[in-house]
Design a protein around this ligand. Structure first.
Ligand code: AMP
Length: 400
């Protein structure tokens, strides 16, 4: 039976999920990490909670894929390579070129590589992953699914920064956003759950994970999103600062004796957010636990986090002239009822947004708004891999 592999390749790791095309059932998932280093972990989950694990040296992505595919046959997950009808690859930056997912030929892969400036840590390794799969599975269609594509519908007023226009014209300095595949999935799923055509809905999607972003989805299209030129902008995240006054950059560098701007950007990307404020952890569970034990900085981190999400929700209601549904997703959005309740609190009454405390006590897909809430609120587990597989099937014309 025909299968598609959804791939998320990093510089030293390769995550995969295999779906059966017709049923959309997930048949296996797993990862190879520490590629190029010693002692790579190969983990393959399959069947009814079964797991294969081994530690071996894996030189490069091509070797990782060979090991993986051989093991998939060994474990009877696939009978032969013929069963794989195509691969779909998550790609972070699609710039203004990729307005939808795309079937990638050599030209397309080169375009992915050329966009590396916009995502230095991601696009290069992702292209490397694509090339490796093409070597091991020659002739199988390859589809790129871009984190930015969903946001290419943003109007100019939302994506332009108010800096000299020539920076946009010459260098592509604009808002691109990210997490588009997740926002697209949960917005469409919310419309399905409401039994309405997404074209008629205004939805605010809150992807709250270690990285986080909020998107205004009007009529099924992203019209604004909180991440910017890079994922550094927007709400408070695990380790990212989110929005700050750009003048802080030179001020802190001067006061702290930081001479290299890259070090400052690294602080904003990796040492800020929940981690920087709380001094405890970037992990929401740890921050919630520390706050519950009376740690004041952890409490402050939580309050800043809630505040930023609320501000984006408020501004996106203004952007769209209303809202029909708010969706929470990703690690925090799916698993922390306390976070959802702190965001959809009494201040949201004025908008007619009201949670049902009992319904909110869940980690499953659910509508969690009060019966008389004007705006529906949902928690929807995101499924970026399923979107990757669906796009691969659609663009590669995979029929069975
Ligand atoms: P993600 O990047 O989507 O995997 O999300 C990771 C974030 O989800 C981390 O901050 C975790 O602490 C958070 N998370 C996962 N489970 C829970 C939970 N039960 N309660 C609060 N936060 C959680």
């Amino acid at each position: 039976m025909s299968k598609v592999i959804a791939v998320n390749a990093g510089s030293s790791s390769l995550k995969f999920t295999i779906y059966e095309v017709t049923s959309e059932d997930e048949v296996s998932s797993g990862l190879v990490d520490r590629i190029g280093l010693n002692d790579s972990n190969v983990v393959i989950k399959y069947g009814d909670g079964e797991k294969f694990e081994t530690v071996t040296d894996v030189k490069n992505h091509e070797e990782a894929i060979n090991i993986l595919l051989e093991q998939l046959i060994e474990l009877n997950i696939i009978e032969s390579y013929d069963e794989i009808s195509g691969t779909g690859h998550r790609i972070v930056a699609g710039g203004e070129i990729f307005k939808d997912s795309a079937l990638l030929d050599e030209e397309g892969i080169k375009q992915v590589e050329a966009l590396s400036d916009f995502a230095p840590l991601h696009n290069g390794p992702e292209a490397q992953g694509i090339r490796a799969f093409q070597k091991v599975l020659p002739g199988k269609p390859t589809v790129g699914v871009f984190d930015t594509s969903f946001h290419t519908t943003m109007p100019e007023k939302a994506y332009l920064y108010s800096v000299p226009m020539e920076y946009y014209e010459k260098h592509g300095a604009r808002r691109y956003g990210a997490h588009g595949t997740s926002h697209r999935y949960v917005a469409n799923r919310a419309a399905e759950l409401m039994g309405k055509d997404i074209a008629d809905l205004k939805i605010i999607t809150c992807h709250l994970g270690n990285g986080g972003s909020i998107t205004a989805v009007d009529g099924g299209k992203s019209v604004d999103t909180s991440m910017g030129f890079t994922p550094l902008a927007g709400i408070t995240m695990g380790t990212r600062s989110g929005d700050i006054d750009a003048s802080l950059v030179s001020y802190i560098m001067e006061k702290e004796g930081i001479s290299d701007i890259k070090d400052m950007i690294d602080i904003l990307n990796n040492k800020s957010g929940l981690l920087g404020l709380s001094g405890v952890s970037s992990d929401m569970r740890d921050v919630e636990a520390a706050a519950a034990e009376g740690n004041e900085n952890a409490q402050a981190a939580l309050e800043v986090f809630y505040d930023r999400v609320q501000k984006y929700i408020g501004s996106y209601i203004a952007v769209m002239g209303g809202v029909d549904a708010i969706v929470f997703t990703a690690g925090i959005g799916e698993n922390s009822p306390a976070t959802r309740a702190a965001i959809i609190n009494d201040q949201m009454d004025w908008f007619g947004i009201d949670l049902d405390a009992d319904k909110n006590d869940t980690r499953d897909e659910a509508e969690i708004s009060a019966d008389d809430s004007r705006v529906k609120v949902f928690t929807i587990p995101t499924d970026e891999e399923l979107m990757i597989v669906r796009d691969t099937v659609r663009l590669a014309n995979i029929t069975e």
